[in-house]
Design a protein. Structure first.
Length: 507
């Protein structure tokens, strides 16, 4: 089945005045989320040294944000369709700034995990609202493709700005300062957004079903928790029970949506092969990427000895490639085909990840930088076009819910990637041979080993660090290989699922 936009109505054909200025406000929200996601990776070594989390706690700090946001995105996207996308965006941005302060001043691993969870609640309002507003601001398909490209390019730019600004702050201030950079962006977004953003909502939304909200939240969090714990500690009765509970809740959610006259999420959207293919591609792509990205900053800093600013600059090629590809992705997809651009982009990421299986402690930057550039170009093409396909597949009244499905796939993939691929790195790392007298915390994370080495005699410390770094790199290369296999398989699946999908030419 070919997914194309219906011809524009007379009302829709009218181009809204000030739409590009409004877009500039929306991309600030995207920038807010992207910067926050990248600075955490840079700050992880410092958080490990200061708060002394266990390996499991460190993974929770990394992925609890994604757990919560994945569980709430569909509910928040649907809520935005009902109460107004502008309203929920501004409320969410304000809460995001407030929770950033709590992250900055966390004093224990437990408080940090809680702060990240609350940040996820606020973050769940932002991304669906921005995409839904784009769907309602830009009715011409060509303009919408460009707007989605700018939206995606800003997210990629945020991944470049975050490490550079975060690296500068980490070299001059304490680790909590990286979370405070959200505040000025949030302030501008709220103050300017009040004046520039138009309000939009579904005119006949029906009630917001709290039972569906609860089923969605419990289902997603329980399933992701079960996968994470099974990957880390093996299958136990606790993880099996959590997985069973999550599966039952999600089954109940789907059944309830099919029965409700005004569901939180219209399950009939998934009958569209293009919509389903784009969502699946996003989920598996992020799954294959996120575990590696989470540990890459630690490799640059704790293995290769780069400062946080240098490590941030080292990751810029990925963002540059994504920005450049995202801005032209719609044009390229119209000239060739949707499936060629998406599958080609995914294959490029897979090949770049495969090259990272050759990493060692002394790998030169040209190889690493080239691989990151390939990842960025591939991601820029694939993510921009899949977002456009998803938005083009639904009526504008359902834009919030559809955008939320897209973002849920992204966040769910991130959580599963950190859980599964992150657990591979952690599992391989924990088995390294340590000198006698090494504290147990050294086996929990590479940051813990660096902290432990600082209090040991120089020869013993050097032996500890050499062994720990070698084990960390071994785990990282295995995770890169697993990620490459996932991406190449996803590229093949996208080729078939996105057959005959097209982006319309315009009004």
């Amino acid at each position: 089945m070919t997914s194309t936009l219906q011809p524009a109505t007379t009302t829709e054909a009218v181009k809204r005045q000030g739409r590009w200025l409004a877009l500039s406000v929306l991309v600030l929200a995207v920038l807010l989320v992207a910067v926050d996601a990248t600075v955490l990776g840079l700050a992880t070594p410092y958080i490990s040294e200061d708060l002394r989390p266990t390996g499991t706690q460190l993974l929770w700090i990394g992925d609890v944000y994604s757990f919560v946001i994945a569980g709430l995105l569909v509910s928040m996207g649907s809520l935005g369709d009902r109460i107004g996308r502008k309203r929920i965006l501004l409320i969410g941005a304000t809460a995001f700034g407030a929770m950033s302060i709590l992250n900055a001043y966390a004093t224990t691993p437990e408080l940090m995990i809680l702060a990240r969870a609350l940040l996820g609640v606020a973050g769940a309002t932002l991304m669906p609202a921005t995409l839904a507003l784009i769907r309602n601001l830009f009715h011409d398909p060509r303009e919408r493709s460009l707007a989605v490209g700018i939206w995606g390019a800003t997210a990629s730019a945020g991944t470049a700005i975050g490490p550079i600004v975060g690296g500068f702050l980490l070299e001059h201030f304490w680790w909590g300062s990286v979370f405070l950079i959200n505040l000025p962006v949030m302030a501008v977004l709220v103050l300017v957004g009040i004046r520039l953003l138009p309000e939009s909502r579904n005119p006949n939304p029906g009630p917001w079903d709290m039972v569906s909200v609860a089923l969605s939240l419990v289902g997603v969090i329980a399933v992701v928790y079960a996968v994470k714990e099974a990957a880390t500690h093996g299958l136990t009765w606790e993880t099996f029970t959590a997985g069973l509970l999550g599966g039952a809740a999600l089954y109940g959610f789907v059944r309830r949506q099919l029965a409700l006259p005004a569901p939180l999420l219209d399950m009939r959207l998934f009958r569209n092969r293009g919509f389903s293919g784009a969502v699946l591609a996003d989920l598996l792509t992020i799954l294959g990427l996120s575990g590696l990205v989470f540990f890459l900053s630690q490799y640059l800093q704790l293995v290769q000895g780069r400062g946080p600013l240098e490590a941030g600059l080292a990751e810029v090629p990925a963002a540059v490639g994504a920005v450049a590809a995202g801005l032209v992705a719609g044009t390229v997809a119209r000239r060739y085909s949707v499936r060629a651009v998406v599958s080609g982009g995914l294959a490029a990421i897979g090949l770049a990840l495969a090259s990272l299986t050759l990493l060692d402690q002394s790998t030169g930057y040209p190889m690493l930088g080239t691989a990151l550039l390939g990842v960025g170009i591939g991601a820029g093409f694939s993510f921009t076009v899949t977002a456009d396909v998803i938005l083009s597949s639904v009526p504008k009244e359902q834009a919030g819910a559809a955008s939320a499905v897209s973002e849920t796939a992204y966040e769910l993939g991130a959580a599963l990637g950190i859980a599964v691929l992150g657990s591979i790195v952690t599992g391989v790392y924990r088995g390294f041979a340590a000198p006698a007298g090494t504290p147990e915390g050294a086996h929990e994370s590479l940051g813990g080993a660096v902290a432990a080495a600082s209090g040991m005699p120089s020869n013993t410390a050097q032996d500890l660090l050499s062994s720990a770094r070698e084990a960390f790199v071994d785990g990282l290369t295995i995770a890169a290989g697993a990620g490459a296999a996932v991406l190449l398989a996803t590229a093949a699946a996208a080729w078939f699922m996105l057959k005959n999908q097209r982006l319309d030419k315009g009004i």
